[in-house]
Write a protein that binds this ligand. Sequence first.
Ligand code: PGA
Length: 261
Amino acid sequence: MINYKCYTVLMKHKIIIGNWKVNPITLAEARRLLRSIRRTAQDLKSTKVVICPPFVYIPSALSARKSEVIVGSQDVYFENQGSFTGEISPLMLKDLGVEYVIVGHSERRKMGETDEDVAKKVRLLLEDNIKPVVCVGEAEHDQAGLYLDTLKNQIKNSLAKVQKKYARNLIIAYEPIWAIGAKESMDPKIIHEMSLFIKKVLSDMFGHDEALSTPVLYGGSVNFRNAGDIISRGEVDGLLVGRESVNGPGFTELLKAVDSI
Ligand code: PGA
């Protein structure tokens, strides 16, 4: 039986990932937002901040000479080079200095991305030494508990091409689809249960040690008011934040709240 107790305290940093989606709509606004996040990030003691802006803002986001904010991407293609009009490859992102890439977000899955596509992206990112933030989550939290099978299958299929030696570079973002863009987040007590379930699936796939060292984040209607509670009672390793990550004052408060835990 896995002993997950004390696991979160062993982890040095909480990880807060801001998914800006298609916001803001000008580079000037993106720069302003990033400046305010950087100012806050430099005083954080135990919180790692990753910002995933739209592709076009990535070079600017990476241009700061000294910054505590890590830059990530919201998606990537599953080939490194070739005739794939309109796509952006892992090696291109790596060359810019991108360290994290969100894959399999439910908004991309809704546009047709499959577990198979996600698995190809995850494999390539790991081979290219970029950390994939793999989004998983059920559409419905049904009474019969079928969502557990859905989630398990999604994790297994999305990570099907991961070799055990790379498993420690994975990050899992648990985002129940019904909680994204909603009024309220999931109850932290249930978030805790779900994160343990995810750890168990990871343990069955890659082993106990790998499961323990893989951060599991929560995402879905996180804001500065509920973030602290989700981290402490939900016992997750971090948060994937949508709307609140483009609200400068709200995100600043969120970072401070999380860091104070
Ligand atoms: P939200 O989005 O925080 O606006 O609910 C989360 C996400 O889509 O990752």
